[in-house]
Design a protein around this ligand. Structure first.
Ligand SMILES: NC(=O)C1=CN([C@@H]2O[C@H](COP(=O)(O)OP(=O)(O)OC[C@H]3O[C@@H](n4cnc5c(N)ncnc54)[C@H](O)[C@@H]3O)[C@@H](O)[C@H]2O)C=CC1
Ligand SMILES: O=C(O)[C@@H](O)C(=O)[C@H](O)[C@@H](O)CO
Length: 314
């Protein structure tokens, strides 16, 4: 019997909309913390993907020190949306990253939920104000954007919309903290929020350099892991810059290396995700990573991430 953290009691049960990469990972975290989960997805292979996921996630749960069994009695799955959301204390939405689909989804569930139900979207980039545009009461809807996989990665970007209440923001922060996550309240709505804007800026340049033949994919990985990845895991980019300035700190860094950074910014590549670029880079990814399955690569990633997390002291 998994005990529920006292701060989580009022957030039970949880409805997870979307049983893909993110939804299944969220569902696992909620179940491992003792919550009851209703998993909704229109996909016809829902039972199969659920079984496959829970047959492979036990080692990760054990490494996290979380229970890895006894979920059956608290997990229900189905494709009846009204049934899935009725009576939910929290809804974590993980449908495709499409604005119209998310808008329709939240408008569709609104008549069946309670005024206190907390409505969270895992969206990578779309602001809550856009997603909730077709809703009547927007006050309980906001972004709870995780990093993949939510089961392992600490960050959840909590991004309220224009009409989100302060109470909903506070409830979201309490909810994610009680789940052992590291929620960050993002103060201003911008497309892509913070982590993805940073990530996508880096990924654009990395893909550009690979596409130009400057470096191959797996060497980009090694370069980042042996430099900025290591530094940013320990200090973050801003403190990293501050320390790069020596005793003069950030100001010295900017005065010394600012002109160099500006030159680099002008020299950086521009890359569009057109079909030809996608096909070129996809072929390079198969050359670099094709020998192992996605599950094998993901399991290794998760084990290494958890080992790094264990070295961190708050
Ligand atoms: N994959 C990633 O690395 C991350 C993704 N996200 C966000 O999480 C959300 C889900 O992404 P993934 O799990 O990667 O996508 P996915 O493609 O793995 O899963 C999406 C799921 O939504 C289901 N679906 C399709 N139409 C639906 C509908 N009308 N109602 C409910 N479910 C429906 C699909 O059957 C599928 O199972 C997106 O908004 C994405 O931006 C957030 C963080 C990381
Ligand atoms: O990388 C992640 O896990 C998240 O920041 C995302 O939301 C990304 O958009 C992901 O979908 C692609 O890296």
């Amino acid at each position: 019997m998994t005990l529920i953290h006292s701060d989580l009691q009022r957030f039970n049960p949880v409805t997870v909309i979307g049983a893909g990469t993110i939804g299944l990972s969220w569902a696992t975290l909620f179940l491992a913390h003792g919550l009851s989960v209703r998993l909704f997805d229109p996909r016809t292979d829902l039972q199969e993907v659920v079984d496959q996921h829970f047959n492979s996630i036990a080692p990760t749960l054990s490494l996290l020190g979380l229970p890895s069994s006894g979920f059956e009695s608290r997990l229900s799955i189905g494709s009846d949306l009204q049934h899935a959301v009725t009576g939910a204390a929290v809804i974590q939405e993980n449908g495709p990253e499409k604005l119209l689909l998310k808008q329709q989804l939240f408008a569709e569930i609104e008549p069946y939920i309670e005024p206190h139900t907390l409505l969270l979207s895992s969206s990578s980039t779309i602001p809550a104000s856009d997603i909730s545009a077709s809703m009547k009461d927007k006050s309980r809807m906001l972004i709870g954007h995780p990093f993949n996989p939510p089961l392992v990665m600490p960050l959840v970007e909590v991004v309220p919309g224009t009409f989100t209440s302060a109470k909903a923001v506070e409830d979201a922060l309490v909810f994610y903290k009680a789940l052992g996550k590291a929620p960050q309240h993002i103060q201003k709505e911008v497309f892509g929020f913070v982590a993805n804007r940073l990530q996508f800026a880096m990924l654009r340049e990395a893909m550009y350099l690979v596409d130009e033949g400057v470096v191959n994919m797996e060497d980009v990985d090694e370069i980042v892991k042996d430099s900025i990845g290591l530094r940013w895991a320990a200090a973050g980019p801003m403190l990293g810059m501050h320390l790069g300035g020596g005793q003069g700190g950030m100001e010295a860094f900017m005065r010394h290396l600012g002109p160099t950074m500006e030159k680099s910014w002008v020299a950086q590549g521009n890359l569009m995700m057109d079909e030809e670029t996608i096909l070129r880079l996809a072929e390079k990814s198969r050359d670099s990573y094709g020998d192992l399955t996605i599950n094998e690569l993901a399991q290794t990633r998760d084990q290494k991430q958890m080992a790094i997390l264990k070295t961190r002291t708050k």
